[in-house]
Write a protein that binds this ligand. Structure first.
Ligand code: FPP
Length: 224
């Protein structure tokens, strides 16, 4: 059976869920946050050590201002209300992506990271203003500036995800089969699960089904 250390998720379908309920896209994001909380709890139950969530991509800045503001206010309220609880649960919060937000949100993110930095039960990597291509370009530039050899080990050590094992599993909800500039380097050997359900409808049972399927998959890493 394959042990599961790291699960990465593209939480797609909030907007469509909101409009399918004759409500706003933002209503879908609000509901999506409830799924995030369920999946965090279920990850702990399954003794998963790293959960990486794609919350905001570098491309998401092209969305209407009202949606962007709503997403960040959701994140702000979530952290303000829940960070102490996450800390008590021994959960570490870590941001991957460029922290280029309002001073208020940047400060809250830094505070949350520092507060939880010693926690070891589950690390949540929140991908915010994240783009994989620019992450890789950044890493290559760092190697150039430090005059280091370009090899796989050095590239990995200069990504946002340095010291984090590559994901065993990528889940994308929302019935779309693409990677959307997410962890392109780190997903090289991950098992990918595309789920038709929209993120707000995804639940513990769906998650456990995927984890079970993974545990029974033979992973070859290029060998036979
Ligand atoms: C993609 O769905 C989802 C996002 C861009 C945002 C994800 C945010 C959440 C799940 C809630 C907030 C999370 C935290 C951690 C505070 P989409 O809007 O692209 O859906 P669509 O394909 O239906 O348009």
């Amino acid at each position: 059976m394959n042990p599961i250390k790291h699960v990465a998720i593209i939480m797609d379908g909030n907007g469509r869920w909101g409009t399918s309920k004759k409500k706003s896209r933002n209503f879908g994001h609000k509901q999506g946050l409830k799924t995030v909380e369920k999946i965090i709890k279920e990850s702990i139950k399954n003794k998963i050590k790293y959960l990486t969530l794609y919350a905001f991509s570098t491309e998401n800045w092209k969305r209407p201002k009202n949606e962007i503001n709503y997403l960040f206010s959701l994140l702000h309220n979530f952290l303000t209300n829940k960070i102490d609880e996450l800390n008590k649960e021994k959960i570490r919060l870590f941001v991957i992506g460029k922290k280029k937000f309002s001073k208020k949100l940047n400060d809250l993110l830094k505070y949350s990271e520092k507060l939880t930095s010693k926690n070891k039960r589950l690390q949540i990597n929140l991908a915010l203003n994240y783009g994989s291509k620019s992450e890789i370009i950044n890493a290559l530039n760092k190697l150039k500036n430090k005059n280091l050899t370009v090899n796989a080990k050095n590239i990995s050590k200069n990504l946002y995800t340095k010291n984090i094992p590559d994901p065993d599993i990528l889940i994308r909800t929302g019935n779309r089969k693409r990677l959307s500039n997410f962890l392109l380097w780190q997903l090289a050997y991950s098992e990918i699960f595309f789920e038709n359900k929209l993120w707000p409808d995804f639940n513990e049972k769906d998650y456990n089904k995927i984890l079970k399927k993974f545990k029974n998959t033979k992973r070859n890493f290029g060998k036979i």
